[in-house]
Structures are given as C-alpha cells and as structure tokens.
Write a new protein. Sequence first.
Length: 279
Amino acid sequence: MSTTLRVGAVNYLNTKPLIERLTDFAPGIELSLDLPSRLADQLAAGELDVGLIPVVEFFRGDNYTFVPNIAIGSRGPVLSVTLFSKVPWADIRTVALDEGSRTSAALTRIILEKRYGIEPVIQQLPIDTPADDLTTDAVLLIGDRAMRACLPGYRFAYDLGEEWTAWTGLPMVFAVWAIRSGVDLGEAERAFHQAKEYGLANAGLIAQREAPALGLDPGFCRRYMSNVLRYDLGPLELAGMQKYRELAEGVGVLANSGPAAGGGNTLQRRTPGLAAGVR
C-alpha cells in the first residue's frame, strides 16, 4: 500500500479474531479502537476509511460497501447482547439502551414493536454508568459488559441473538467491515481475510491473553469466539441482514437513510456481486 488506510474497530473480545495481526498483514493500515456507535460516526464524517460498524449504520450510510464474507454474527445465542428485564417481554414498558450499541438497540425496538406490539419509553445508558440501580423495566447491555453483568435485580436475561433466530429462523448479523464510498482497498482487502483466518486459528491464545483483563474464564472466552460467534457472511447471513433492514425500516430506525439523506445502502443493489464474493 502506498497510502495509509484508516481503519476503526471495536475494542471488545468479539472483534479480536478480526483484528489480530491486521496491521502486520497490511502495514499501511492505521488501526484505532472505539465504541461501535462512535466508529459509525467517524466513518460517516470521513475520519475513517473502513470501520467495523453496527449493521444498522451500514444501512444508514452513504453508499457504503463492505469487505465480503466477514461479519460478526450469530445463529442463535450470542452471549454478548443481553436484554436484562424485571418483567416478561410483553410487560416491558421502559428500556435503557447501552450507549455503545446501535444495531442491538434497534433490534430491541424491533422485537418489542414488531413481535409484541409494544412501543417502550427509551432512555440511554452511558457507557460508564452502572446498570444495577436503574428503574427501567429492562436494560440492554452489549459486548464484554454484557458477558460480565449479573444484575440480580432483573429476573429475566434475554439473549437477543437467540430471540432473533427463534423468531425469524435466520442468523443475526451485528457488524460488518464497512468501506466508505470512494475508498479502494486494493491489495489491502486480502489483509482483512488473513487477519480473520489467523485470529480464528489462534482463538485459544487470544482467549488466554484477553481473559484476565475481562475477569472471564479463558475457556469460556475461547468457546465464545470459536463456537458461539459466526464470522462469515454467507447467503443465510445476507438474508438475515435483509430481514433486519426491512424490520428496522418498519420501526423507523432507518428514517435518516435513503436518497434524500444521501444514504441508504441496500442489499438488493449488491446481490449479484455479493453472490460472487465481490463487495
């Protein structure tokens, strides 16, 4: 690479297999780590060229493409996206949403509104605010924070990956490597696939290294990366993304996308290329 490629990713355990040695495989990559919501804003502002962003922000974006066959998703339980609730789904009226989340925040609204016919009162939970003392019926936590949380005051712990697949029969895709319009990865695209292959092959070493700081068991971390999460973006995942997009539009969370807003990526426009493995 002759120029620097500004890449942003999330500093959660679930991203580690995708960024392991990424800058070694492509030395021209400048990697920064931040919350998924902030990465989306940075990509939209042109401060990043590639971002591992929430899938809802991919659809809101301005003609984004994405690195093929790489995502963070699940086909059932995901463990790191949990809605803790004091009451069953049908009785939820107030929800606090993790500040770091946008795809999962939208997913919470989708399930409540489209599956249960409930439009809850929403409030934001700042990333550094403890969830234990909230008065809302439910609270959404994501990432490492969700995996460490216990919240004994909340009777129910709903895994949103599990809830989505049980409802739709499709995988849930939470994030993709989105590429800003006008950016050509060139040979650097291969580095993203090399990092993924290397990271998954060394999930045990990553787990052993990361677990102590997270206060989690290394064996649990390894199983989470190797057996729980899905890092591919095949036909079923693309179908899951399309279903998510349709439902997200239905609850108004994509209201700022579309030609009038300068954004609005769709999978239909990309279906032929995606089927061929081309972004």
